[in-house]
Design a binder for this molecule. Structure first.
Ligand code: CP
Length: 347
């Protein structure tokens, strides 16, 4: 079956959200675009300190502090690693998911957020299908919010853990990041760019450190407009040419849940864009292979590549815990448990 013409369906372009609409709550991480280089460096350094710390001491850092995980979409890696990160710092966590809470009965994000605050939550980790939901939650609750993925918009903690993985392999020993740290490095992000918040956060974050980002995929999943995402970002439709230029190859899942009627010929897609062992060996034999997960073996990449020596997919998952410890700690550091917060009312 041929690919449906992109013109048969309007391309949904997520509007850019300004980086400065924060309501002044400190400790939130809502987007990669809102992260300064200084903040990125602080998060990376904190992740290293916390990861190396004695677990008993680490568990004193946020002992008995309360953190809510509010997930309106399914997740394995992000939810589990945020939860393990918060627990590793000694915090109490609670998970609210859309399928087993009053969200099912129609409660709004605002009311759910205020309810969590009234229950004593001091920070909220939010995954939501709507772009911008973390900003709304921060504004309404005045709590620090960590964006765990908002619609097709951003997934900043994923980009930070991807960055930590890249640095560990390609810039070992780098302590302080600058606008030149990734100079000379080319990262090919390939697949369903249109629906990917991971791609968006990475194409914002990596060029801040000097990387060149090549976006690769068919027009249906990669509109020409994406080349305007920012400096350091370009489009290459030919996968072979993208592979030949790249030291990092980041593969993306086709997000069937967001395709909204767009039909793809998967065999044609695989013929053009699947990362196979043959392609990898021939065109990018030294490149790191990354994937935010979940991977669909046999579609965007083969099982051999996923399990092969160039794959750092599980390392990415591992780095997620340290990065999220840093984010959770930063969200609550400097904030004491006020009487107002204890009672669930605004201070
Ligand atoms: N990378 C990522 O966001 O994975 P999950 O959906 O499993 O959290």
């Amino acid at each position: 079956m041929p690919l449906n013409a992109a013109s048969a369906r309007p391309i949904i372009v997520t509007p850019e959200l300004p980086a400065d609409i924060s309501t002044g709550v400190t400790g939130s991480v809502l987007s990669a675009s809102g992260l300064t280089l200084e903040a990125v460096g602080e998060i990376l350094a904190l992740a290293t300190v916390l990861e190396r710390e004695d677990p008993i001491q680490r568990a004193q850092r946020l002992a008995k502090r309360r953190i809510a995980l509010l997930f309106y979409e399914s997740s394995t890696r992000t939810r589990t690693s945020f939860e393990l990160a918060a627990k590793g710092l000694g915090a109490d966590t609670t998970l609210v998911s859309s399928l087993s809470s009053s969200i099912e009965k129609g409660e709004t994000l605002k009311d759910t957020g205020l309810t969590l605050r009234a229950l004593g939550a001091e920070a909220i980790i939010l995954r939501h299908p709507s772009s911008g939901a973390p900003w709304l939650l921060e504004r309404e609750t005045q709590l620090p919010v960590l964006n765990a993925g908002d619609g097709m918009h951003e997934h900043p903690s994923q980009a930070l853990l991807d960055l930590r993985t890249i640095l560990a392999h390609l810039r070992p020993g780098v302590e302080a990041v600058t606008a030149e740290t990734l100079a000379g490095l080319t990262v090919a992000i390939t697949g369903d760019i249109l629906h990917s918040r991971v791609a968006r956060s990475n194409m914002i974050l990596l060029p801040k450190l000097g990387a060149r980002v090549i976006l690769c995929g068919p027009r249906e999943l990669l509109p020409e407009l994406a080349a305007q995402a920012g400096p350091g970002v370009e489009i290459e439709r030919n996968f072979t040419r993208a592979l030949e230029q790249s030291q990092v190859v980041m593969m993306l899942r086709i997000q069937a849940e967001r395709l909204a009627g767009l039909q793809l010929d998967l065999e044609e897609y695989k013929a053009s864009y699947q990362l196979s062992e043959e392609r990898l060996t021939k065109y990018a034999p030294k490149a790191l292979v990354m994937h935010p997960g979940p991977i669909i073996r046999g579609l965007e990449l083969t099982g051999e590549v996923a399990d092969g020596p160039q794959s750092v997919i599980l390392e990415q998952v591992h780095h997620g815990v340290a990065i999220r410890m840093a984010l959770v700690y930063r969200a609550l550091a400097g904030r004491t448990l006020t009487a107002g917060a204890q009672k669930g009312v605004r201070a």
